[in-house]
Design a protein around this ligand. Structure first.
Ligand code: GRG
Length: 289
């Protein structure tokens, strides 16, 4: 397998995802423009993971995976819009501009989230009625609903919790890791990966997802979130249970490195085609945004 420049790889896949998203939001009713305001930027990590694992698993038809990849980004965007609402994290900025409820109003932001969630499932259902597609729909619903992201958010906003390793792990696992893992899994499902390999890939995705949230927490303290209009250290100041709050910055960095190693160990089991995901893991470990 040839050596991959991960930065160019991420850039080229992001461009493909951005173009597909634009297409899914063009020439529809005016509310699509309102929803697209929030969709309009972002790193596109989840769709890129779906595409990378589809291609690493032998998938060759990008049109088969792209609507699914875009659907993941819509659910992610929906979670960010609702996370920013005054009833939740109450953030005025997102992705370098005014958050949806600040740009429009709360009702519009709530409805944007509702619309993106339903539209995601329309995209997942596009194409044939294969058993793989049904598996994608059930796998994603499980990961983002009350057994996954929704539960993670419930725990994240709950007050007076002990900042202990168990609570931190439960929040990170549900809020972030399961969704990241499933983004990888759906790509492999669509490329018809065997069950035993799917399980190794999912485990790699969980470790990558934990790593992703650790680096997100670390960047909140030492990163450049302020440049995006965010308040650096906001999580820390509001008493949120974050990796640095539980382990300190150095402890959190050390554990992030361990998650990266575990993810790469599982990926190596899957073979050289998954090298791109190992590189992506290193990118997440060292990311500055
Ligand atoms: C059912 C999906 C769903 C949501 C309802 C509001 C809510 C419940 C959940 C919020 C969960 C949340 C905000 C998790 C944070 C995950 C995270 C690390 C976000 C940052 O992701 P990036 O860095 O952001 O990929 P960009 O902007 O680059 O896409």
């Amino acid at each position: 397998m040839q050596d991959i420049d991960i930065i160019s790889y991420l850039q080229s896949k992001k461009e493909l995802v951005d173009a597909a998203l634009l297409k899914f939001f063009s020439d529809r009713n005016p509310f699509f423009d309102v929803m697209y305001y929030s969709v309009g930027s972002g790193k596109r990590i989840r769709p890129i993971l779906a595409i990378a694992s589809y291609e690493s698993s032998g998938g060759r038809n990008i049109d088969e995976i792209m609507p699914i990849a875009c659907g993941l980004e819509l659910i992610h965007t929906y979670s960010l819009i609702h996370d920013d609402l005054p009833a939740m994290d109450n953030d005025d900025f997102r992705r370098g501009k005014a958050s949806a409820h600040r740009k429009y109003d709360e009702a519009t932001a709530i409805l944007s989230g509702d619309g993106l969630f339903a539209y995601a499932f329309e995209l997942f259902s596009m194409g044939d009625n294969s058993p793989e597609r049904l598996q994608v729909i059930s796998t994603v619903s499980e990961a983002v609903g009350p057994k996954g992201v929704v539960y993670g958010q419930v725990l994240d906003i709950a007050e007076s919790q002990e900042p202990c390793p168990q609570t931190l792990r439960r929040i990170h696992m549900n809020k972030t890791a399961k969704f990241i893992a499933v983004s990888m899994k759906v790509g492999a499902i669509m490329a018809r990966m065997s069950k035993i390999r799917l399980s190794a890939l999912y485990d790699a995705g969980i470790y990558l997802g934990m790593l992703f949230q650790y680096t997100d927490d670390i960047l909140d303290v030492v990163g450049k979130k302020g440049e995006l209009g965010k308040t650096p250290g906001k999580d820390e100041a509001s008493g949120k249970i974050t990796a640095p709050a539980v382990y300190g910055i150095e402890g959190a960095r050390f554990r992030a490195g361990r998650y990266a190693a575990l993810a790469k160990q599982r990926l190596s089991f899957l073979g050289a085609e998954f090298n791109v995901l190992a590189k992506l893991t290193d990118f997440v470990l060292n990311r500055t945004y």
